[in-house]
Design a protein around this ligand. Sequence first.
Ligand SMILES: Nc1nc2c(ncn2[C@@H]2O[C@H](COP(=O)(O)OP(=O)(O)O)[C@@H](O)[C@H]2O)c(=O)[nH]1
Ligand SMILES: Nc1ncnc2c1ncn2[C@@H]1O[C@H](COP(=O)(O)OP(=O)(O)O)[C@@H](O)[C@H]1O
Length: 198
Amino acid sequence: MQGPRPVVLSGPSGAGKSTLLKKLLKDYENIFGFSVSHTTRQPRPGEVNGKDYHFVTREEMQKEIDAGEFIEHAEFSGNMYGTSKGAVQAVQAQNQICVLDIDIQGVKNIKRTDLNPIYISVQPPSIDILEKRLRDRKTETEESLLKRLTAARVDLELSKEPGLFDLVIINDDLEKAYSELKEMLLEEIKKTQESRNS
Ligand SMILES: Nc1nc2c(ncn2[C@@H]2O[C@H](COP(=O)(O)OP(=O)(O)O)[C@@H](O)[C@H]2O)c(=O)[nH]1
Ligand SMILES: Nc1ncnc2c1ncn2[C@@H]1O[C@H](COP(=O)(O)OP(=O)(O)O)[C@@H](O)[C@H]1O
C-alpha cells in the first residue's frame, strides 16, 4: 500500500507557514511529521539543530548534494536550503504524513519528482502586513528583511501560475487560515488515523 501523500507548504517568508505548521504538528502529533531541511543560514535563538533545520556549512551541504543525497535544493536570500532524501524517508518510515516547508523554487523542483504531495501556498493579506509581521518577528536584519520582501513579491507573482498550487490560503485571521488548512488535509488525516486503528 502506498503511504499517505506528503504536504508542501510554501509562500513568502513571514506568511505564517511555521505558525500553521506548529499548530498542525501539535494538534496531530502522531499523524504529521516535519521534513527537517538543511540550511546554511545561522540558527535563530530557540531553533534546535536537527529539529528546525540541520544547520550546516555550504561545503558540507554541497558535498551531500554532489553525492546525490538531496531531493531538491535552492538558494534563498543568500543561503542554501534543501530537502534531503533522508529527511522525507525518516517521516515516511513512521507512516506519518510528511510536511515540507519549502520556497517556490523547491515547489517547482518537487514537481519534477515522484513525491506527489498536496501543494499549499500560504500568503499574507498584503505586502505591507507581511513587512509588519516580519519586523515584529524580530528575526531579521534590515538587509535580510529587504531581501525577503523582494523574494516575497516574486513568490506572489509566480504563485499565480494556474495549477501550481492545490490551495492558496490567505493568512489574515490565523484561526480561519488554520481551519482552511485542516479542511484540505482532512481526507489524508482520516486515512492515516484509520490505518492506525486497523
Ligand atoms: N527549496 C527549499 N526551500 C526551503 C527549504 N527549507 C526552507 N525553505 C524555505 O526557505 C525560506 C526561508 O526560510 P527561513 O530562513 O527559515 O525563514 P522564514 O521562512 O522567514 O522563517 C522559506 O521560504 C522556506 O520555505 C528547503 O529544504 N528547500
Ligand atoms: N494570522 C496572523 N496574524 C498575525 N500575525 C501572524 C499571523 N500568522 C503568523 N503571524 C506572525 O507573523 C510572523 C511570521 O510568521 P511565521 O510563521 O514565522 O512565517 P513563515 O514561517 O512563513 O516565515 C510570526 O511572528 C507570527 O507569529
